[in-house]
Write a protein that binds this ligand. Structure first.
Ligand code: PMP
Length: 359
């Protein structure tokens, strides 16, 4: 049986080793995972309560239009319900957009290194991939504009960028968007949006009014702490959203996830608290890097990319054997770096103590 030729170039998704396996292999009782930019404080207690209550109706299919969540989000964002598309994580929204717009003969422009799913989906659709190197961890927006031509269908801007943590400010984003030709969809992936409190961070949703070719991606997987339930969404203009809606699965966000997301959205005190703790955690890592003269990328997300001037895989392995799972820079396009998710104060201290011993 033949599959699309381009699929032969893709490696199957390889999640990190399961925690239980790491425990067994290294004879450890405790594992701390700071590898996937999840929220170390979990999710809001009210989300947990909503999950418990939703368990009584598991036999019933979810609302395929996520009406209650849509209404809550509409209110929260100040947009119309018809401007939102939900996905089984924003991963699914990325795949729906790619399926709707990309095909052989078309191309898509993105930074490199950035979140790998943009490229992954472009490969599946057989589109040409045009990657533009970051400059000091930041998007090279001029370079990306130059890479766009009449066959470009999507340009991806990841802000804050995974894995560097740099964001595109209001002035730069507005200028970029105004120069992108109208036949190109601009996707601004704001997975880490809640963590950025800087005044010059753009109000991207506000820009939707002026640019019909703009789409903003957000998720409940990061600050809201619901990565395990898989809810992400795109916000765009109604006419575009209505065209791509049929390409998603009918019940893509499940009943438990919808209930949890509604409750999580209602608990902004929890979010504010997590943002504050994340900022303090980042400071712990900055102090550690300064003490040891290690270069790092100033981050506006809940992770930090540190240059250890040695193979990222070695640092990763050193921490793994001691029960701390992080992400090696070798897998992220920064071979001498390691990306660490900001943990609780205690987790950060533990990992910093181990790293200090290693240096
Ligand atoms: N975009 C970025 C930049 C990410 O880092 C991630 C998760 N690592 C995602 C999208 C996907 O998030 P989810 O599918 O959990 O919503």
């Amino acid at each position: 049986m033949e599959v699309k030729e381009q699929l032969l170039n893709l490696k199957p998704y390889q999640p990190g080793k399961p925690i239980e396996e790491v425990k067994r292999e290294y004879g450890l009782n405790k594992i701390v995972k700071l590898a996937s930019n999840e929220n170390p404080f979990g999710c809001s207690e009210s989300a947990k309560e909503a999950i418990r209550q939703s368990l009584d109706s598991l036999a019933i299919y979810p609302d395929g239009y996520s009406t209650e969540l849509r209404d809550k989000l509409t209110e929260h964002l100040g947009v119309d319900g018809s401007q939102i598309i939900f996905g089984n994580g924003s991963d699914e929204v990325i795949s729906v957009i790619s399926r709707a717009l990309l095909s052989p003969g078309k191309n898509t422009v993105m930074a490199t290194p950035t979140f790998p799913q943009y490229k992954h989906n472009a490969v599946i659709e057989g589109a040409e991939i045009r990657e533009v190197e970051l400059i000091d961890g930041h998007h090279n927006l001029d370079g990306m504009l130059k890479a766009i031509d009449e066959n470009t269908r999507i340009v991806w801007v990841c802000s804050p960028n995974n894995p560097t943590g740099a964001y595109v400010d209001t002035e730069k984003l507005s200028s970029f968007i105004s120069k992108v030709p109208k036949h190109v969809l601009i996707v601004v992936d704001e997975a880490y949006y809640e963590y950025v409190t800087e005044e010059d961070y753009p109000n991207t949703v506000q820009l939707l009014k002026d640019y019909p070719n703009l789409l903003v991606l957000r998720t409940f997987s990061k600050a809201y702490g619901l990565g395990g339930l898989r809810v992400g969404y795109g916000i765009g203009n109604s006419s575009f959203i209505s065209k791509i809606e049929p390409a998603r699965e009918p019940f893509n966000t499940n009943r438990v996830a919808q209930a949890a997301a509604v409750a999580a959205l209602g608990d902004q005190t929890f979010i504010r608290d997590c943002i504050e703790k994340n900022k303090n955690g980042l400071q712990q890592f900055y102090r550690f890097c300064d003490q040891h003269q290690l270069a790092y990328y100033p981050s506006f997300g809940n992770f930090i990319l540190i240059d250890f001037k040695r193979q990222g895989n070695d640092v990763f392995q050193y921490l793994l054997e001691r029960g701390y799972i992080v992400r090696s820079g070798n897998a992220l396009g920064f071979p001498t770096c390691v990306r660490i998710t900001i943990g609780t104060e205690q987790q950060n201290n533990e990992i910093i103590a181990l790293l200090s011993e290693m240096l």
